[in-house]
Design a protein around this ligand. Structure first.
Ligand SMILES: Nc1ncnc2c1ncn2[C@@H]1O[C@H](COP(=O)(O)OP(=O)(O)OP(=O)(O)O)[C@@H](O)[C@H]1O
Ligand SMILES: [Mg+2]
Length: 269
């Protein structure tokens, strides 16, 4: 059954991620590009925030600044109250393009996370097995990245990001290369993981349905320079069901608002 009772806004809880007046301008020989301008965002503990916006509006840049991989030109980003000034290890990151080591097989790529963090080997191996099964990679444990499809590579990348059960998970279009059925399965699985672990998730996606189905808030961004156009609450409760939730009038209403906003930017879904 789909619950439609509004939940207390997660922003009232301790912010896990706080972005204040963020501006990111890239300078190169070809000139200056302002990717993000005046971004203010606060993400509460256990929130699932989706970000949608046209191509080139700075979504990946925003995630990279939160992860400490790209520097803010001005403004600030805090993670659990501490200023982000360099790469952060206390997060999980699924990149837009699966960044796998070509010489390591599926299992080796997933377990890289455990090696980097000095995790207990037996525990990490058990968790890797669970994730491999969950993402339908069973039978490919020994395969090298070039022997996998783009979608399978992305699933390996997802397993690696989830291995250490991160407190904050940043996902940049993680399911873009998957076929519709696998994407649906991954959406359901991600929703389950989020519910069960209380992980704070920020997901960038081009799919309006995915954005609304998974999130408790959806951020819609404008074309470059990326600004936040609107933040929509998704009062659908945590008990979501792929079939019935998408028929819920609240879901339909919010999705069509997101589409309208994106349509106004000539992006669409
Ligand atoms: N390292 C960089 N150096 C120079 N310009 C950059 C760099 N990274 C991103 N940009 C520019 O910043 C803008 C935002 O890029 P970004 O990758 O964040 O967009 P996006 O919203 O993730 O797009 P997409 O949906 O296509 O992935 C683009 O104009 C891009 O060219
Ligand atoms: Mg991107």
């Amino acid at each position: 059954m789909t619950a439609t009772l509004p939940e207390p806004s997660a922003t009232l809880t301790t912010p896990v991620v706080e972005v204040n007046d963020l501006n990111v301008t890239f300078s190169s020989k070809r000139g200056r590009v302002t990717a993000l301008d005046g971004i203010n965002l606060s993400v509460g503990q256990g929130e699932f925030l989706s970000i949608a916006g046209p191509s080139g509006c700075g979504k990946s840049t925003l995630l990279k600044v939160v992860a400490g991989l790209t520097r803010a030109s001005s403004g600030s980003v805090h993670l659990r109250g501490s200023s982000v000034s360099g790469p952060r290890r206390d997060i999980g990151y699924v990149f837009q393009r699966a960044a796998l080591l070509e010489w390591r097989n599926v299992r080796g790529n997933i377990l890289l996370q455990a090696e980097m963090r000095g995790m207990d080997k037996a525990k990490a191996a058990r968790r890797a097995d669970e994730l491999i099964e969950m993402t339908g990679l069973t039978g490919f444990e020994q395969s090298l990245p070039h022997e996998l499809s783009g979608g399978m590579q992305q699933r390996v990348s997802l397993c690696r990001a989830l291995l250490h059960e991160p407190d904050v998970l940043l996902m940049d279009e993680p399911f873009g290369a998957l076929d519709a059925l696998t994407r649906e399965r991954m959406n359901i699985e991600l929703h389950r993981i989020w519910r069960e672990t209380g992980t704070t998730v920020i997901l960038v996606t081009h799919s309006v349905a995915e954005a609304v189905y998974l999130a408790n808030r959806v951020v819609v961004m404008s074309p470059r320079p990326g600004r936040i156009m609107e933040v929509l609450d998704v009062p659908l409760g945590k008990d979501r069901n792929y079939g019935t939730t998408m028929e819920d009038p609240v879901f339909t209403q919010i999705s069509s608002r997101v589409r309208d906003l994106l349509g106004a930017t000539h992006a669409g879904d």
